[in-house]
Design a protein around this ligand. Structure first.
Ligand code: ATP
Length: 360
C-alpha cells in the first residue's frame, strides 16, 4: 500500500509561512509530480512528507495512519536526491546494500534484495565496480537501487535528474516511467522542469508561492489551465498572452478587444459583470498559424528557429512583449520579414483581471 494524504499542511520557518495549507490525496501506485518555479516550496513539501522537516500545522497520513511524529525510517518511504550521495570506496553492490546493512538484515536476504534491484535497474554487470567508474546515469540508477531495496510503499524523488545532461535526462525519464510500471509503487517526484512533469506524471501538482495552483492530469492542465500561472508554466514555448478589454458578453461567449487590434468572440461562459473589465487572451504558439483564421496579427519576426520538424518564430509586439508561433518546419517565415499570424476563437483561453480562466 502507498496511499498518502495531506490535509491543511503548513510550514513556517521562524514564523515566516512558506507552505500555506496544502490538501492533497495521492492514490496507491500513482506517479505524482510536484512542479513549480524555484522557491515555490516543492522540496519543503517533500521533506515534510518524508519526515526530514517538521510539519508546522496540518496532518500527513500514509495508508490512514498519521505520520507527523514518526521518524523518517518508520514511514515506509525512500527518498532519492539530486546528488547521488554514493560512497566512492564501496562497490555498487555495497552502495545498494547499505540501508539493509544499517537495518542488520541477514546476509542472504541482503543479497537477494540487491540482486532483484540490480535486475530491475540493469546494473547486474556493474555490481563489483566502484561508483567512480560509472556514467552519471548509472550512478543515478545505483542511488535509485538503494531506495528500491528498502521496498518502500512510497518513493520520493527530489530533482533526481538535474545533474545529468539533456540526452541522459531524456533517457532517464523513460527509465523512471518504466520503473514505475514495474514496481507499481507510489512515486512523488519534484522538478522545476515542466517537460519531466508532462512526460512522467499521472497527475501534476503545480505549486505557486507555497500554495497549490492546480492539480490534474498533464493534458488536462495543458488544455484547461485554471489560471494564468498554470497556462504560462505548462507548455513550451509558453502560451502567448495578449491583453484586451471585454466589450460584450452574450450567449456566444465574451467579445474581447485586443491591444494588438481587432475583436474576437471567444466561446466561454462569461459573467455579465465582465463587460468593461481587463481580460487576457491566451493562445498557444501552435495555434498561431499562417492559414486563415478568425483574427490576425501582423508581426515582424526577430528570431526564427528552425528545429527540423517545426519552426519557431519570435516577434515583439507593443503592449504584449514577445509572442511565439510554432509553425511547420518548411514555413517560409524569415527574420525581419513581415508576416501575418492568425488564430481561431475556439483555441483561445480567456483570463479575467484576477488571472482566473473563464470556463468554456
Ligand atoms: P528550488 O526549486 O529552488 O529547490 P523549492 O520549490 O524546492 O525551490 P523550497 O526549497 O521548498 O522551494 O523553499 C520554499 C521557501 O522556503 C523558500 O522561500 C525558501 O527560502 C524557504 N526555506 C526553505 N528552507 C528553509 C529553511 N531551512 N529556513 C528558512 N527558510 C527556508
Amino acid at each position: 500500500m502507498g496511499q498518502l494524504a495531506l490535509s491543511g499542511v503548513k510550514k513556517r520557518f521562524n514564523k515566516f509561512e512558506v507552505i500555506h495549507g496544502i490538501d492533497l490525496d495521492i492514490r496507491d501506485g500513482e506517479f505524482v509530480v510536484f512542479v513549480g518555479p524555484s522557491g515555490c516550496g516543492k522540496s519543503t513539501l517533500l521533506r515534510m512528507i518524508c519526515g526530514l522537516e517538521e510539519i508546522t500545522e496540518g496532518e500527513c497520513t500514509i495508508d490512514g495512519q498519521r505520520v507527523n511524529d514518526l521518524p523518517p525510517v518508520k514511514r515506509g518511504i525512500a527518498m532519492v536526491f539530486q546528488s547521488y550521495a554514493l560512497y566512492p570506496h564501496m562497490s555498487v553492490f555495497e552502495n545498494i546494500a547499505f540501508p539493509l546493512r544499517v537495518e542488520r538484515l541477514p546476509e542472504a536476504e541482503i543479497k537477494d534484495r540487491v540482486m532483484r534491484a540490480a535486475r530491475v535497474l540493469q546494473l547486474e554487470s556493474r555490481l563489483q565496480q566502484k561508483p567512480g567508474n560509472l556514467s552519471g546515469g548509472q550512478r543515478q540508477r545505483v542511488a535509485i537501487g538503494r531506495a528500491i531495496v528498502r521496498e518502500p510503499s512510497i518513493f520520493l524523488f527530489d530533482e533526481p535528474l538535474s545533474n545529468l545532461d539533456a540526452a541522459l535526462r531524456a533517457e532517464m525519464r523513460i527509465e523512471l516511467t518504466a520503473l514505475h510500471q514495474k514496481l507499481k509503487a507510489t512515486m512523488i517526484y519534484v522538478t522545476h522542469d515542466q517537460v519531466e512533469a508532462m512526460t512522467m506524471a499521472d497527475r501534476i501538482v503545480v505549486l505557486d508561492g507555497g500554495s497549490i495552483s492546480q492539480v490534474g492530469a498533464p493534458l488536462e492542465l495543458y488544455h484547461k489551465p485554471d489560471n494564468l500561472f498554470v497556462a504560462g508554466f505548462i507548455g513550451n514555448p509558453r502560451m502567448n498572452f495578449i491583453p484586451g478589454t471585454c466589450t460584450a458578453v452574450g450567449p456566444e461567449g465574451a467579445t474581447v478587444s485586443l491591444v494588438t487590434g481587432g475583436t474576437i468572440t471567444v466561446p466561454v461562459a462569461a459573467p455579465l459583470g465582465l463587460e468593461g473589465t481587463q481580460i487576457t487572451l491566451g493562445i498557444r504558439p501552435e495555434h498561431l498559424t499562417q492559414a486563415a483564421g478568425d483574427l490576425s496579427i501582423d508581426v515582424v519576426p526577430t528570431v526564427v528557429e528552425r528545429l527540423g520538424v517545426n519552426t519557431v518564430a519570435y516577434a515583439e509586439l507593443e503592449g504584449v512583449g514577445t509572442v511565439s508561433a510554432l509553425l511547420p518546419g518548411a514555413s517560409a517565415v524569415a527574420p525581419e520579414t513581415p508576416a501575418t499570424l492568425s488564430f481561431v476563437a475556439a483555441d483561445c483561453h480567456l483570463f479575467d483581471a484576477d488571472g482566473t480562466a473563464l470556463p468554456r
